[in-house]
Design a binder for this molecule. Structure first.
Ligand code: ATP
Ligand code: LTN
Length: 335
């Protein structure tokens, strides 16, 4: 199928550093599965990253590291356009036009804004409030059909749909109204140290989080010291959140159902399960880590991928933006 007939998928991630098992199984693996049958854009949104306090040198480094990690996870640049948001003209411009259609009250009611602004007691930037409008621009700029996101982003996609419809009715039919694609059984990976909470990079106990770039010895150590439950039977159940989490991880990592694993581990102990999880996770992460190390050592190649990605994104972005400018009543440039 040529790209012209394929549906457009776009998703973006903030360059927030190291990816963990939860990000990989809950998000990136699902995106990779879409590459074949869609035209895919994947943006690293460094403009969103400055809505919270940050250090420029860290942002510069983590943007490149983040790109390398996503590519290493299987976002093959041959099959998708990987770009850095600030390298494509149009995101901020479209966001401005959309902001003029967005009531401030709607932004003040967004859950993520309320959560993040509550955590930050110093002055909150208007960029943080405006964040969902920039996100809507990221999506609408590419005439996106499908936006794969986690459940937490659902409200932002609703706003995007509202804005697309508003623009279309206010001016004339311009934007496709995109659909959120939220995996139904999105593996929810829990912390190894506190299986009641999701695995997260902001968890104060980092022994519960498995990073793609962790050394295999560290991975094994973290897994072998995972918190387990009372009893000794290896079954998935609500009373056994620790064992259930380990079984879920092993199930996705080894492509085996939890039911089959329960049978396989009948009569064996918790240590046997942990060992199997450690083997499967290190096996899954080893090629990713190798690929990452190659990519990050070859900055020229990495920059070339990102330049190609930005070029492809820019073509689409210009097309949409000039249409939007025309409809908004702006005079054509140079006339
Ligand atoms: P934080 O550590 O600050 O909570 P995070 O590690 O959860 O952040 P995000 O950037 O919020 O990472 O999430 C990126 C993607 O990974 C989202 O699509 C989210 O749904 C998914 N994700 C994050 N953590 C998990 C998890 N434990 N299990 C499954 N999916 C996850
Ligand atoms: N807000 C999202 C990141 C994001 C995004 C987007 C996702 C910014 N722009 C466009 C999908 C489409 C987050 O924090 N995960």
């Amino acid at each position: 199928m040529s790209n012209d007939n394929k549906k457009i998928v776009l998703t973006c991630a903030q360059p927030t550093g190291k990816l963990h098992l939860g990000n990989y199984l809950g998000a990136v693996k699902n995106w990779v599965a879409l590459l074949k049958d869609h035209e895919c854009f994947f943006g690293i949104v460094d403009m969103h990253a400055i809505t919270m306090p940050y250090v420029p040198a860290d942002l510069r480094r983590s943007t490149l590291e983040c790109a390398a990690q996503y590519i290493a996870c299987g976002l093959d640049p041959k099959d998708c356009h990987i770009f850095i948001q600030s390298q494509v003209t149009g995101h901020a411009e479209l966001a401005w036009i959309l902001s003029c259609l967005t009531p401030v009250g709607q932004l003040q009611r967004m859950t993520q804004f309320k959560d993040k602004s509550n955590k930050q007691n110093e002055s909150i930037s208007s960029g943080l409030l405006y964040y969902p409008v920039l996100m809507a621009a990221d999506i609408l700029l590419y005439n996106t059909d499908i936006v794969p996101v986690g459940h937490d982003q659902k409200q932002h996609i609703e706003l995007t749909r509202d804005l697309a419809e508003k623009f279309n009715s206010h001016y004339s039919e311009t934007f496709k109204v995109p659909e959120a694609y939220i995996p139904k059984v999105g593996a929810r990976i829990m912390s190894l140290q506190n299986p009641e909470n999701k695995m997260s990079k902001s968890d104060p106990n980092q022994n519960g989080t498995l990073y793609l770039l962790d050394d295999p010895k560290i991975l094994r150590k973290k897994i072998m010291s995972a918190v387990t439950d009372s009893g000794s039977e290896i079954v998935a159940s609500e009373e056994k959140p620790g064992i259930t989490n380990l079984l879920n991880i092993l199930s996705v990592a080894s492509n085996t159902t939890v039911k089959d694993l329960e049978k396989q581990f009948q009569g064996l102990g918790y240590a046997d399960l942990k060992k199997a999880v450690a083997d499967a996770v290190t096996k899954m992460f080893t090629p990713i880590r190798k690929k990452y190390n190659q990519l990050i050592a070859d900055k020229n190649y990495l920059n070339e991928i990102l330049k190609n990605g930005a070029d492809a994104a820019q073509k689409k972005a210009y097309r949409t933006l000039s249409k939007v400018y025309r409809k908004s009543g702006y005079l054509e440039r140079g006339k």
